[in-house]
Design a protein around this ligand. Structure first.
Ligand SMILES: CC(C)(COP(=O)(O)OP(=O)(O)OC[C@H]1O[C@@H](n2cnc3c(N)ncnc32)[C@H](O)[C@@H]1OP(=O)(O)O)[C@@H](O)C(=O)NCCC(=O)NCCS
Length: 197
């Protein structure tokens, strides 16, 4: 499939929402709590994301929305397709030297390329909005789908680390990946040139 790194359209000042070819990425509000909790309450998601508890209740979603809004160190987007929430993508900048991309989709929305498309939108937002030269991400060594998403976005493998996963209650090996600003802009230029031909 032709890789498309085309720039999402930023619709509002301070990037409250952005659009990719099929998806809208926007800041979640308390009105989204029910939808988020329904999508997130699945062990297959919790076991692959570091901080998601399981079971995942509406109270968890409320806490998450309030905390991220207050801290301001995490840019979180609800992913919507045809006005229907399908998952979340975010960039955590709480560690100044290592901003990190994370995402999950409701299980019924897996396998349609949405994660890759949403991740590219968030990556583009990150390099446009912030001055950092690298973005990090991780995927459990048992998670080939997420590894594929990262590689399709241009991330390069950088090693294996142990990380604690809330829903597992223990640490587990995670493949670490890194994407540089230079690689991202090369991929975008290459994609634009191919589409112009
Ligand atoms: C990881 C996740 C977001 C992927 O969502 P998705 O929308 O299905 O992803 P995409 O369709 O964009 O891409 C997935 C790729 O992995 C491939 N894939 C899916 N399952 C796979 C498997 N078991 N083995 C190998 N490849 C697999 C798909 O074929 C696709 O690659 P392709 O486009 O080259 O065919 C989704 O599975 C999820 O939410 N998982 C739980 C949470 C999670 O893992 N989050 C990431 C934490 S870092």
């Amino acid at each position: 499939m032709l890789q498309d790194f085309s720039t999402p359209v930023f619709r509002e000042a301070r990037s409250n929402s952005l659009e990719t070819a099929r998806l809208t990425l926007r800041r979640p509000t308390l009105a989204d709590v029910k939808a988020i909790a329904r999508l997130a309450n699945d062990r297959r998601i919790a076991e692959n994301t570091r901080r998601l508890p399981h079971p995942y209740s509406q109270d968890h979603a409320v806490d998450f929305i309030r905390t991220t809004a207050k801290l301001g160190s995490e840019s979180v987007f609800l992913i919507e397709h045809d006005d229907t929430p399908v998952g979340m993508v975010g960039i955590d900048r709480s560690r100044s030297d290592a901003a990190e991309l994370g995402y999950w989709l409701g299980v019924e929305h897996w396998g349609r390329g949405y994660a890759t498309e949403a991740a590219r939108g968030a990556i583009d937002f990150f390099f446009e909005e912030f001055g950092e030269d690298h973005l990090h991400a991780g995927a459990r060594v048992t998670n080939p789908a997420s590894r594929n998403v990262l590689e399709k976005c241009g991330f390069q493998w950088s090693g294996v680390e142990l990380h604690r996963f809330e829903a597992l209650g223990c640490s587990t090996p995670v493949d670490s990946f890194r994407l540089s600003r230079g690689v991202w802009s090369s991929l975008k230029s290459w994609s634009r040139a191919r589409r112009a031909r």
